[in-house]
Design a protein around this ligand. Structure first.
Ligand code: FE2
Length: 250
């Protein structure tokens, strides 16, 4: 049977979305799950999420920027990371600390943001007005040159927006979207909002064809009631609305 691999990213402690995605991935018969990081951060279920991820022996994971932040001193953490950090056991922290920043699995490269940074968007620029715009093909290709030359598929997460971009070199940059958080705001480089407009959990599947990987973007619906309640219990309406609607602002 052809290689069929699943790609997930940005779970952000949303264990109910994660379980829905993994059930779908198993139903599709994927032999491997590639996980691009930001596993636990957020006002949701960080410990439960890591328990699920750590139990999967078919999964290869890299570290996201928020996974890195979770392991820094508590007083420097933002509000989402602080809630997650308080839930973590030593075993969770050891698992997070052991994650590599990037990985190469056969001809597939994994990173969280770009090959060199877990805090940089690969496929988008943020304008000085705070609008998200598609990054130019030359700029996307320039970042791809930082990955190992043998990589035919370059996986990234971080923006929570599902998208795949074909490069002139024949390689593909693929962001599977976010499992657990479909919209958010950020203050760097300038204040901006990112919103997929779809409350479903997102993932991707790649199947090795005779000439290239065939890529498909998927969505899994799930009951977000418990995660919305957890966000509200932590006084985070800015998480509750995205979880319910897929939008940061309506
Ligand atoms: Fe993220």
């Amino acid at each position: 049977m052809a290689d069929r691999w699943a790609v997930i990213s940005d779970v952000h402690g949303n264990v109910d979305a994660l379980k829905a995605v993994l059930a779908e991935i198993d139903r599709l018969g994927c032999s491997r799950v590639l996980n691009l990081g930001d596993h636990a951060s957020g006002p949701l279920a960080a410990a439960e999420t890591l328990d699920v991820l750590m139990a999967r022996d078919d999964m290869i994971s890299v570290r996201g920027n928020h996974d890195r932040y979770l392991l820094t001193p508590r007083k420097t953490l933002g509000p989402s990371d602080a809630v997650a950090a308080a839930q973590l056991t030593d075993a969770h922290k050891e698992w997070l600390a052991a994650l590599p920043a990037t990985a190469l699995v056969e001809d597939v490269f994994l990173c969280h943001g770009t090959p060199e940074s877990d805090e940089t968007y690969w496929l988008y620029d943020v304008t000085s007005q705070g609008d998200l715009v598609d990054r130019s093909a030359p700029a996307v290709t320039e970042l791809a040159a930082l990955a190992p030359a043998e990589a035919q598929v370059l996986l990234c997460g971080h923006t929570h927006l599902p998208r795949n971009v074909q490069l002139a070199t024949g390689a593909v940059v693929l962001n599977p979207g976010s499992v657990g958080l479909p919209a958010y705001d950020d203050i760097t480089p300038v204040p901006h909002v990112v919103q997929s407009g779809d409350a479903a959990a997102r993932f991707a599947v790649m199947e090795r064809g005779p000439h290239e990987w065939n890529i498909s973007l998927h969505r899994a619906t799930y009951d977000a009631t418990r995660m919305v309640a957890l966000a509200l219990a932590h006084n985070r309406p800015d998480w509750a609305l995205p979880l319910k609607t897929g939008w940061f602002e309506t």
